[in-house]
Design a protein around this ligand. Structure first.
Ligand code: ADP
Ligand code: MG
Length: 438
């Protein structure tokens, strides 16, 4: 099998990549469609995992003729420093807990708490300690790469540790949909329903993808109710709050809001540095403080990219033989994203759609509450994301003068700190804009 995979990869990857990363690795075992690959050191493991897991799985699929799952372990001769928590990957495969495939790194101990995620972390921990009691459902929302999946899976790990017999399911909305379609096709709805309605903890990720999928919504609604009524914990993650998920049935939206909605914001510099520091420690990488600071300053809005930059820097230094300094790694960091990518049109469009007003309303003199809130929101977002001057912003909204614009921005700023509803709405809009600008 491994030789077959090597054959495919050799064709697909460049020679240096193949020689540096693939060749030193080997297959350790292959069981139940799970291929475990042995790597020479922790760094190679995380590099392969992040960059080539997909390619290897694809090559494997071509060889075996069905999808396979790949995992990486570090060869046995590498001593783990006492500081590191033993990794699940290097231990014998954990008994499959009802098919919930959790990433062994996504634990509470590896989650850095900062001002941006303190609430989300605290509530997740509360749910992990007393599932079904406090916040049900727990609805985690936040932009791409800010740690929703990590936090959600941490709850799963915690539950399994305190009660290995507990039945948990972690599933992406996409997979839920696919399994549902498959169940219909195979006429096995009974099994499907029993499977998800029997668990003690259901974690469903990226629920925003349920938008417009009527049948999935229908089925999920019943799953939700069955679990909820049985006092089982439900955790949901989404890149935006329920009311901003388009075409979401009202009854689902209201159920999602029944427990607690908590959001994760973008991390500040200090938190980003702490995350890099922790990552470097776990991966046994030595990275000077200035370099940590430099990388943390360049990547502000997505922790996945932040970590990716660190890995790239370490790889670059180890391959090039250069010292790890701010100067040597600068060329491999991508330039920080500029604000200009979010256009005024995109902002007006989004606000109209999400807040159910028309462009005409926005530009009118109407003082209707919903319209003036939407108008103020536009002004706020235009100020935040574009280079338009205050008078220009006023013009874009039907010729308001710049003091009106200033007032509006101030108003949103104040109400977001007082009113969690406004804060949530604003976060949702910002996340959406930033995601679309990618
Ligand atoms: P999301 O699901 O919100 O898109 P993820 O949970 O997949 O984001 O997180 C992206 C990456 O960032 C993961 O590797 C995760 O471990 C890491 N990460 C996010 N937040 C934190 C944090 N607070 N501390 C440590 N690592 C984090
Ligand atoms: Mg996620």
């Amino acid at each position: 099998l491994w030789d077959g995979i090597l054959g495919h990869l050799k064709e697909r990857l460049t020679r240096p990549t193949f020689e540096t990363w693939i060749k030193p690795a080997s297959a350790q075992r292959f069981e139940e469609d799970r291929l475990v690959i042995r790597t020479p050191n922790p760094f190679a493991r995380s590099w392969l995992q992040q960059h080539y897991a997909g390619a290897i799985a694809q090559a494997g699929e071509q060889v075996v003729g069905r999808p396979i799952h790949v995992d990486f372990v570090v060869s046995d001769h590498v001593e783990e420093t006492p500081k590191r928590v033993p990794e699940r990957e290097s231990a014998p495969p954990a008994p499959s807990n009802n098919g919930a495939s959790l990433n062994s790194k996504y634990t509470f101990s590896r989650f850095v708490v900062g001002a941006n995620n303190r609430m989300a972390h605290a509530t997740a921990l509360a749910v992990a300690e007393m599932p079904g009691c406090n916040y049900n459902p727990l609805f985690l929302c936040g932009g791409v790469g800010l740690g929703k999946t990590h936090l959600m899976q941490a709850i799963g790990h915690y539950r399994l540790e305190s009660d290995p017999k507990t039945r948990i399911a972690y599933i992406s909305t996409e997979r839920f949909t696919n399994e549902l379609i498959e169940a219909i096709r195979r006429d096995s709805m009974q099994n499907f329903r029993e499977h998800y309605r029997r668990v003690d903890l259901l974690m469903i990720d990226d629920i925003q993808f349920i938008e417009g999928k009527e049948y999935t919504q229908e089925e999920f609604f019943h799953t939700f109710n069955a679990l909820y009524e049985a006092g089982k914990q439900i955790v949901i993650a989404s890149d935006r709050p329920p009311q901003l998920i388009p075409h979401l049935q009202e009854r689902l939206s209201s159920r999602f809001s029944m427990g607690l909605i908590t959001d994760i914001q973008q991390p500040d510099l200090e938190t980003r540095m702490a995350i890099l520091q922790k990552k470097a420690e776990y991966e046994n990488m030595f990275v000077p403080q200035e370099v940590i600071h430099h990388i943390a300053s360049a990547y502000t809005s997505n922790i996945r990219e932040l970590e990716g930059a660190l890995i790239r820097a370490v790889a670059y230094v180890s391959i090039s033989g250069l010292p790890m300094t701010v100067e040597t790694i600068s060329p491999i960091l991508s330039p920080p994203r500029t604000r200009g990518e979010i256009t005024d049109e995109a902002i007006l469009d989004l606000v109209c759609n999400e807040m159910k007003v028309t462009l005409e309303d926005l530009r009118s003199e109407s003082r209707r509450r919903d319209i003036s809130q939407a108008r103020q929101m536009c002004m706020y977002l235009l100020r935040k994301y574009t280079d338009l001057s205050l008078p220009k912003i006023g013009q874009a909204l039907g010729g308001k003068d710049h003091t009106t614009v200033l007032y509006a921005i101030d108003k949103i700023d104040q109400s977001r700190s007082r009113d969690p509803e406004v804060q949530r709405l604003l976060n949702g809009l910002c996340n959406r804009l930033e995601a679309d600008a990618r």
